[in-house]
Design a protein around this ligand. Sequence first.
Ligand SMILES: Cc1ncc(COP(=O)(O)O)c(C=O)c1O
Length: 397
Amino acid sequence: MNMSSSKSKKKSRKILQVETFSLPSTLSRMTSIWELANSQLRDITVYEAGKPIEETARELGVDPSVIIKLASNENPLGPSPKAVQAMRAALEDAHLYPDGSGFYLCKAIATKLGLTPENVILGNGSNEALEFLGHAFLDAMRQDEVIASEYAFVVYKLVATSFGARMIEVANPDYQQDLEGMLEAITPRTRLIFIPNPNNPTGTLVSQCEIESFISRVPEQVIVVFDEAYFEFLDNPPDMLRFVRAGRNVIVLRTFSKIHGLAGLRIGYALARPDVIDVLHRTRQPFNVNSIAQAGALAALEDEAHLRETKRVIDKGRAYLQEQFAEMKLPFVPAVANFVMVNAGDGCAVFEKLLRRKIIVRPLKGYGLPEWIRISVGTMEQNKRLIAALKEVILPQ
Ligand SMILES: Cc1ncc(COP(=O)(O)O)c(C=O)c1O
């Protein structure tokens, strides 16, 4: 017994020595991590999220409660009280793994939308569902291409690049997505087309009619992804689920981060044909959506009163902001969701000045729009404070 264990020790020591000798010489000196990392990652800039309230409060030396964040298109009313109650109850079972299939939530989503649970997959935010698409459909060796509009939500480019696909950006005249231009950009290598509807940060919507005409001309092998993160804010939302029901290669993404007020929980979903959803399931982690998020989302989905009240506050707030921008003669893009993009002259400078007045907005330099900022609609009190601060910052005294 003793002899065999000492033998095996010797053996393992020998292996260790061999491994040490076989280390490539580049690794024995200080190596740039970029010699080891996947080369396409060089083309990615780390996603710059809206500045968190706590960080800003620390920097300004003020209490976080005095800061207004209008930077990430969150629900200014907070989560539904029913969701909070459900999440509190779910905490008691936090020692158990979540339901990996999201059985109850998928069923509730399907019932609400007139689909089946097999049409639904949950993601850790709809951003994770975007990543499923990369895993499922993009291949660097095949030199796949992804199409989206210029100024489209930046995560499409991050996903395409990180999976080694080529991102084709179609010009965005007047900040409206050009579907005809997208059709012209299709090649035999095109795998995915992303259409955020409405788009972030421009806040504009593509109509049902334009989409019908577009879909009828997209080749069968191209998958069209409609990102409907802001769907519930629309008065007359276009119906993209009809393409799912008709068996098209169409995927619809939605989220609990926006009107449902659960951005911190990270939960969203994709809707598609059952065979498409089956493919996506193969790309996800077994327990990708936590149990607290599932409980909160289930309750939020059913809290119609909270959804209605949020939409009412946003509609009123958006109208007020746009009126004020017009009065101040600030160019803005008329919007349909819970944010407005406005030309502030120098977006970064105005962002900094508003920050000193304890208001966080989103400069859009990273989108190639250095003059613009994006302002999320807040409560009326927040909107009024924003406008007062903006007048101090922008209008000549
Ligand atoms: C167009 C669009 N899609 C998706 C998302 C991400 O949503 P989630 O929080 O569900 O990942 C956002 C968030 O800002 C968005 O604007």
